[in-house]
Design a protein around this ligand. Structure first.
Ligand SMILES: [Zn+2]
Length: 235
């Protein structure tokens, strides 16, 4: 993710780091002949790069910035975005736009019914995709009772386009999880790393990586159920 440079600081060895808007730090060394960044050595030079953006890998991989809990306002914004993502998914699959809200409510019920079935190592977007398609099929059966739906409307295995769209929704909702569990879940779900690979990457014991993943999945389920409550609230 591209992040703006909001300042600079030096590390213990005197090497310059850019402070990014997200709170992550990134080295911007002048280390000739490998890296030529003479501008970083002067205040005037550094000032010229304020506001420029750098690709933040730490953000991509969910590296925690601090342990501050997510504020209520931020949580509402995350849920609202998740809802908007699901609405877009439903509208792309159901011709009648008037059915969207009813299907969303079915999705919330489906999440409640299936939250306990999210398997270890199962992709979050694949799982969510199955629940959404089930809600859509249920709705179609409800409005057209007795009509046998064509096979194409029934959920048959994971649909790659749908799963890709839902990855964005999943990633957005992960923002409400606390740092370490969120990072472990992103490395597992987005990057496909095993608990052992996550442990190596973060230099922690495999058991710690497993625990963070387990907590992350439990909190992800909580977040989904909480979103369902949010959905039924008037706003
Ligand atoms: Zn970042």
């Amino acid at each position: 993710m591209e992040r703006a440079i909001v300042g600079f600081e030096q590390d213990e060895l005197g090497d310059w780091r850019a402070i990014l808007a997200c709170g992550h730090r990134q080295h911007v060394r002048h280390n000739p002949p490998l890296v030529e960044r003479p501008w970083v050595l002067t205040e005037e030079g550094r000032n010229r790069f304020l506001g420029a953006t750098l690709a933040c890998k730490a953000c991509d991989e969910g590296e925690p910035v601090n342990d501050e809990p997510v504020s209520a306002a931020r949580l509402e914004a995350i849920y609202a975005q998740f809802q908007a993502d699901l609405r877009r998914f439903i509208r792309s699959r159901v011709a009648d736009p008037g059915a969207t809200e009813e299907i969303l409510r079915r999705v919330a019920r489906g999440l409640q019914a299936h939250a306990g079935e999210l398997g270890e190592g199962e992709g979050l977007a694949v799982w969510l995709d199955a629940i959404l398609r089930e809600a859509i099929t249920e709705h179609q059966r409800h409005v057209q009772p007795g009509v046998d739906l064509p096979a194409s409307a029934a959920p048959v295995g994971a649909d790659e386009g749908g799963v890709a769209a839902l990855r964005v929704a999943v990633r957005g909702l992960l923002d409400c999880l606390p740092g370490e569990s969120r990072q472990a879940l992103i490395l597992s779900d987005d990057y496909g790393l095993s608990p052992r690979a996550i442990a190596d990457r973060l230099d922690i014991a495999p058991a710690v990586a497993e625990a963070r993943l387990g907590r992350g999945r439990a909190m992800w389920r909580e977040a989904l159920l909480d979103w369902g409550q949010f959905l039924s609230r008037p706003f």
